[in-house]
Design a protein around this ligand. Structure first.
Ligand code: UD1
Length: 422
């Protein structure tokens, strides 16, 4: 298995291009199932999660071609041959459940394996099920699979979600595009990836309003047509690389970065002593002066501080001046990076959903283990600022969400290399 070797060195300077959003692409791809006509996505990120979704769509009979070195995905769901999302694919990636809503809407039936537990918590599907049932679906759990059907078609309804789940919002919105009548989804998630999905669905002929607010209204239509859509910038990759100059010093411009995607995160960085400036090409990040100061963080649904940047923010707080408290409110069990950071000399205490980090002068390189996608990149960030060498093992997690991480960090002066495993 490959590992990444990072050697702590000085400030980082230069530019890093930010890719299209993994999480947007993973919901835009299943949207192809809603139409017989082709859907083309541009600015797609080159990631293993995208390959997993490609395999899933192909297993349903969709055609998916990856063009221009993977940055363009040309899809067609003219002839679907299956309505079953198999456990072997779903278990690799929870986002596979995003085929449920579109298949149900287009085919009137869908069988989707439950994703099972995952490293960062239980992650059930009750909110998806409740929403689709409100639209008239009948859903049963048999042998680990959700069997969903809507024999007479889906019908629009008013539905309020108990929690603003990102995936449930996406599944319900996609299903409602082809339902009869109007759906009003209350307490909907407001993430930019949902706005991006709605913009794409609208290009396909869907009638939707209110995206980005807690109430989304969908007027069902008879069918959707083909479209071409550019995937929105990845705000989590953006935020991750914004932390590189924050942790190491120097000045890095994140090409394609937009403030509207990272407002609450940039506000926290500002409070910690890091300036984030908009430029005509993206966002430029540098320390204001000297050492970073500790700030407290609470993860929340958008527009709050994203859970997907909590691990990386913790890496910054490890060497900040003072004590910071990081509270994780979206996922239980999302502090698995903390003991690894402690191995590098960090002072962190975890109690339930709260981590208290007391800043130390310097971290020390160590062999560490990546436990999930965001945890792995937080260890790389910590390694960039540590004294000596850090080896991050189990980097396959990284390939799920960060394209060319070595090349991107190397281009701003980091000492980082991928070591091929046997
Ligand atoms: C998406 C993102 C993920 C991000 C998360 C929160 C994708 C592919 N993934 O995941 O990177 O960390 O949003 O911003 O877009 N929950 C339930 N019942 C449900 C659904 C969710 O209890 O039916 C709970 C989950 O266990 C979790 C919380 O709600 O504790 C948030 O989950 P959700 O917003 O659904 O996240 P995902 O869509 O899985």
């Amino acid at each position: 298995m490959d590992s990444i070797l990072v050697t702590g060195n000085g400030p980082l300077n230069g530019q890093i291009p930010i890719a299209g959003a993994k999480n947007a692409c993973l919901t835009l791809m299943p949207a192809t199932l809603l139409s017989e006509e082709p859907l083309t996505l541009t600015n797609a990120p080159r990631l293993s999660d995208i390959k997993t979704m490609t395999a899933l769509l192909q297993s349903l009979g969709a055609e998916v071609s990856s063009l221009q070195e993977g940055q363009v995905l040309a899809m067609s769901s003219h002839d679907l041959t299956s309505h079953t999302a198999d456990y072997e694919i779903v278990r690799k990636m929870r986002a596979s459940n995003l085929v449920l809503g579109p298949m149900l809407a287009r085919l009137g039936q869908a069988v989707v394996s439950l994703p099972g537990g995952c490293a960062i918590g239980a992650r059930p599907m009750d909110l998806h099920i409740e929403g689709l049932e409100a639209l008239g679906a009948e859903i049963e759990l048999k042998d680990g699979y959700l069997h969903a059907k809507a024999p007479g078609g889906l019908k629009g309804a008013v539905h309020e979600m108990r929690f603003a789940s990102v995936g449930a919002t996406e599944n319900i919105v996609m299903a409602a595009t082809l339902a009869r009548g109007t759906t009003v989804l209350k307490n909907a998630a407001r993430e930019p990836e949902i706005v991006d999905l709605v913009e794409c669905l609208r290009k396909m002929g869907a009638q939707i309003s209110g995206e980005g607010s807690p109430v989304i209204e969908i007027q069902g239509v008879d069918h959707l047509h083909g479209a071409t859509h550019q995937v929105v910038t990845d705000r989590i990759e953006l935020g991750t690389y914004m932390l590189a100059p924050a942790i190491c010093g120097g000045e890095v411009e994140l090409l394609g970065g937009q403030m509207r995607l990272v407002e609450s995160f940039a506000a926290k960085l500002d409070a910690a002593g890091i300036s984030v400036m908009e430029t005509d090409k993206g966002l430029k990040v540098a320390r204001k002066n000297g050492r970073v100061t500790a700030v407290d963080v609470v993860t929340e649904p958008f527009p709050g501080f994203p859970t997907d940047l909590q691990a990386q923010m913790m890496a910054l707080m490890c060497t900040a001046e003072g004590v910071s408290v990081l509270e994780e409110r979206i996922f239980e069990n999302r502090f698995m990076h903390a003991p690894e950071l402690v191995r590098m000399g960090a002072n962190i205490e975890v109690h339930g959903g709260t981590a208290t980090v007391t800043g130390v002068d310097r971290l020390k390189g160590a062999p560490v283990m990546a436990t999930d996608l965001r945890a792995s990149v937080s260890l790389i960030l910590a390694g960039l600022a540590a004294e000596g060498e850090t080896t991050v093992n189990r980097v396959y997690h990284l390939d799920r969400g960060y394209e060319h991480v070595v090349r991107k960090l190397e281009s701003v002066g980091a000492k980082i290399e991928r070591i091929k495993g046997q």
